[in-house]
Design a protein around this ligand. Structure first.
Ligand SMILES: [Zn+2]
Length: 98
């Protein structure tokens, strides 16, 4: 990750990184420009989701980006999971036989 100094726009080095919470990390940046010498702290927080996680945590809620088609996403989420639909068919078949 590259962070630029807000004063001189030179690159910085991240010297320290602390996880403050599930969704916030604090980093300390040192400016490479010896004439500037700025040392500053940033917070890194997710602000929107561009692509859904395949292993989501229930405690994490990050808003969806505006470019995501919510109608299409809703339809996809309602689709049966591979293997689950098969299991339902199998159960239905056994129920019909018994
Ligand atoms: Zn600087």
């Amino acid at each position: 990750m590259r962070v630029r100094c807000p004063h001189c726009d030179d690159l910085t080095t991240i010297r320290k990184s602390i996880q403050l919470s599930e969704q916030c990390r604090e980093i300390t940046c040192h400016c490479h420009n010896s004439l500037c010498g700025h040392v500053f702290v940033c917070h890194i927080t997710p602000v929107r989701t561009l692509s859904l996680s395949a292993t989501p945590r229930k405690s994490i809620t990050i808003p969806l980006s505006d470019h995501i088609d919510r109608t299409q996403l809703s339809l996809q989420l309602d689709m049966p999971i591979k293997g689950e639909a098969h299991a339902h068919v199998r159960h239905a078949t056994h129920a019909n036989i018994a």
